[in-house]
Design a protein around this ligand. Structure first.
Ligand code: FAD
Ligand code: NAP
Ligand code: SF4
Length: 678
């Protein structure tokens, strides 16, 4: 039966020898679970939760065909390892035999951190410290055999197919472009020769696994490299892939080393689907699109516009494993939307310190460790503060069956997220507040806004537990002249309560300092809300598709008519503390807007002339008319201290608990664990 709202999203796709039940696939993400303690048990729980959520096809995280191609060591090369993987495929198929699960074969090539890493030529990637070994003929043959063996092991493990990644700067893509393929033998030189290795991989896999096995190739549809692949080369490769037996082509954008954001929250939704659409017109096999598709409405529209046959959503499946079933049942308001922050997923993958999870859903990849089980002893709980910490607490506690009352002094829920969502490029933060608003309703949380809570109010109500989630207060640094009328705080600036002048100094270059600089340096439409503006700002030509999509394209920026200084005391590069996978884009964005970043600053005095500073002990006067304080925050915990002292059953969460190193990830995570335990 045709779905009344999402007829395309919920239509099956016939692959000839098998069918996909809908058009949503969970894209590949490396979660680190393969190497974690009890990793396979955790992966079974992780994938099963997504399978129960209704997704049509799952692509696993990348698994290497041999040791030299792997940074993490996660490889599939023998039947013993295949038996472990079978735990996953059996469990997923046990939930619904119609769900397909394919394993991604990831050969990292020059991006592998393994000593024996290999590539077509000994060309080091801009983002790697190690130069790869150039493959000789025997080496090439070995790599081809290893790919085939890995695919055969995947079949033995019960996967419905494999996806071979041929993009992003990994092995196959480095054969395709001249800058990384300097060979003059049959594997290099002409484009026909450069295509040979990726084609040979697919051809040999197809011969080994037979026709009834899904074979997906991830093509670099716009690699974002100066002198990268031309459109003709991409189309030729895709057509050749059809000839050697590919089942599906999956479009991928950007090499990891390119300096264009393609998945961060500053990227407009579905920014790249037009490229997929053009490729689709050239092919007869189904085509997958991806990148910044995070709502069912956008996914449906992409399909309706004929831009793809399948929608890949990776991070949205971390944020909400039930995305698909909620869309199907008309419960879109309950979808916990991925805000593309990368803070708990990709930043963790590349940081390699903490396990992967999700800022808005701390259960992601922790399905066996964090569970929200129904309570046997419902309690009356008061939550003070409706920022991310308070909201997460209310959502989990009410879902578990507790009776929750929420207070906030403000006239709306959201705390600092109401500020974050006003920053150009952070509009997605609104979705988190929409989600929580829905969950408060579903959980019958008794919400009291415009209510500043003190001890008297709590005394009258006699709650079983009190949760203090009162957040922070902005720090006021001790600088001579801090009371000068030209000094303002970031809250007033973001809320538009104060006039910002033409010459501005921002004191403090943390996340908020950067965001404020972004806000006041923008003019016109936010690039994240308009694909054309985004393309202009980052120098991408979607229409003519020059090599890499970017070659010879000059970025055009609409700058605000204002001089901005962004200052910090530390002598480290400004912006170093920002997110690993997004900080570089924020720095580039502000540089493009001529924001002057200064480190090693000592603040001396503020007066009518401006801000007097020392930079590396040299005196400077910044003749500014506005000074915005973004100097960090302090916990707002006086209510907690008072209640605790008087013996109340009180707990503390989020910024109220700890302001240093606080972010929404920490606030939501901590509050969710607290609420899971009450
Ligand atoms: P808050 O969000 O501060 O909420 C506290 C709430 O308590 C407020 O609503 C307040 O009104 C209420 N309250 C206080 N006292 C009382 C009282 N006595 N009675 C009743 N109510 C009271 N974090 C990220 O992780 N990623 C980002 O990209 C990001 N961007 C940001 C951008 C900006 C511009 C800002 C300002 C912050 C950003 N943050 C970001 C930080 C993030 O918003 C905070 O870490 C998070 O909001 C902290 O949550 P919280 O619930 O502890 O406190
Ligand atoms: P922050 O990241 O800790 O930055 C505070 C800034 O103020 C630093 O530049 C610090 O650098 C400076 N500072 C601290 N004490 C000072 C003092 N006494 N005088 C002058 N300068 C001082 O805090 P934030 O910018 O307020 O952000 C709050 C939280 O929200 C952070 O945890 C942040 O991660 C999160 N957030 C994240 C994002 C994101 O994109 N991920 C965006 C916004 C906010 P010096 O000490 O070197 O001067
Ligand atoms: Fe999306 Fe951020 Fe969660 Fe990653 S951490 S899945 S980007 S919401």
């Amino acid at each position: 039966m045709t779905h009344p709202v999402y007829p395309n999203l919920f239509s099956p796709l016939d692959l000839g020898f098998t069918q996909l039940k809908n058009r949503v696939l969970m894209g590949s993400m490396h979660t680190g679970l393969e190497e974690a303690e009890h990793g396979f048990e955790r992966m079974v729980a992780y994938f099963c939760e997504r399978a129960r959520g209704g997704v049509g096809m799952i692509i696993t995280g990348g698994i290497a065909p041999n040791l030299e191609s792997s940074t993490s060591g996660a490889q599939l090369v023998n039947p013993d390892q295949a038996r472990q993987h079978k735990e996953i495929t059996d469990a997923v198929h046990g939930i619904d035999p119609e769900i397909k699960i394919c394993m991604q074969i990831l050969h990292q090539g020059a991006l592998s951190k393994n000593e024996g890493l290999v590539a077509p030529s000994a060309v080091k990637s801009r983002i790697s410290r190690i130069t790869p070994n150039a493959l000789d003929d025997a080496g090439i043959e070995k790599q081809l055999n290893d790919f085939v063996n890995c695919a055969q092991m995947a079949k033995l493990a019960g996967y419905d197919g494999v996806e071979v990644i041929g993009s992003a700067g990994y092995l196959l893509s480095t054969f395709l472009v001249k800058k990384t393929n300097l060979r003059e033998d049959r594997w290099g030189g002409s484009y026909r020769n450069r295509m040979r290795f990726p084609l040979e991989v697919i051809k040999r896999i197809r011969a080994a696994v037979g026709n009834e096995f899904i074979l997906i190739f991830r093509i670099p549809a716009m690699d974002m490299l100066e002198d990268g692949m031309s459109w003709d080369e991409i189309v030729t490769l895709a057509k050749e892939m059809e000839k050697v037996g590919i089942t599906i082509i999956s479009t991928h954008f950007c090499w990891h080393e390119a300096k264009i954001p393609t998945i961060a929250t500053m990227v407009p939704r579905a920014a790249f689907t037009g490229v997929t659409g053009r490729l689709r017109k050239e092919l007869s096999v189904p085509v997958i699109t991806s990148n910044r598709i995070n709502t069912p409405e956008v996914a449906e529209q992409v399909l309706l516009d004929g831009e793809a046959d399948l929608i890949s959503m990776a991070r949205p499946m971390l944020a909400d494993p039930d995305f698909v079933v909620k869309a199907y049942e008309g419960r879109e308001g309950e979808i916990n939307t991925c805000i593309a922050c990368n803070q708990a997923c990709l930043d963790h993958t590349f940081g390699r310190k903490e396990g992967v999870s999700c800022l808005v859903n701390p259960r992601a990849c922790h399905e066996t460790l964090l569970n929200y089980t129904p309570t046997q002893q419902p309690k009356r709980i008061a939550v003070i503060g409706a920022g991310p910490a308070g909201l997460a607490y209310c959502t989990v506690a009410s879902q578990r069956g507790h009776q929750v009352t929420l207070y906030d002094g403000a006239d709306r829920i959201g705390g600092q997220f109401n500020l974050a969502k006003r920053i150009p490029g952070k509009e997605e933060f609104y979705e988190t507040l929409r989600y929580y608003q829905t969950m408060l309703k579903i959980g019958n949380v008794d919400v009291h806004l415009n209510t500043w809570v003190d001890k008297t109010l709590l005394e009258a109500q006699r709650f079983d537990e009190i949760i203090i989630a009162t957040g922070i207060t902005p720090r006021v640094p001790a600088i001579a002249g801090i009371d000068h009328p030209k000094v303002v705080n970031y809250i007033d600036v973001i809320e538009g309560r104060v006039e910002v002048g033409k010459r501005v100094a921002i004191i403090g270059a943390g996340g908020i300092g950067f965001d404020v600089a972004e806000l006041i340096s923008h003019k016109g439409v936010s690039p994240s809300m308009d694909k054309d503006v985004f393309a202009r700002e980052w120098g991408i030509d979607f229409i003519n598709h020059p090599r890499g999509g970017v070659t010879g394209v000059e970025p055009i920026i609409e700058k605000a008519d204002r001089k901005i200084y962004l200052l910090q005391r530390k002598d480290s590069p400004v912006g170093r503390g920002l997110g690993l996978t997004t900080g570089w884009a924020h720095r580039i964005s502000l540089n493009k807007r001529d924001v002057k970043m200064l480190n090693a600053v000592t603040y001396q005095q503020i007066d009518d002339l401006g801000l007097h500073i020392l930079v590396n002990n040299q005196a400077q006067l910044l003749e500014v008319d506005t000074i915005i304080i973004c100097a960090g925050q302090e916990s707002n915990r006086s209510l907690f201290d008072r209640l605790e002292k008087e013996g109340y059953n009180v707990k503390i969460a989020g910024g109220a608990f700890k302001a240093t190193e606080l972010d929404a990830k920490a606030a939501i995570n901590q509050a969710s664990y607290l609420a899971a335990a009450v």
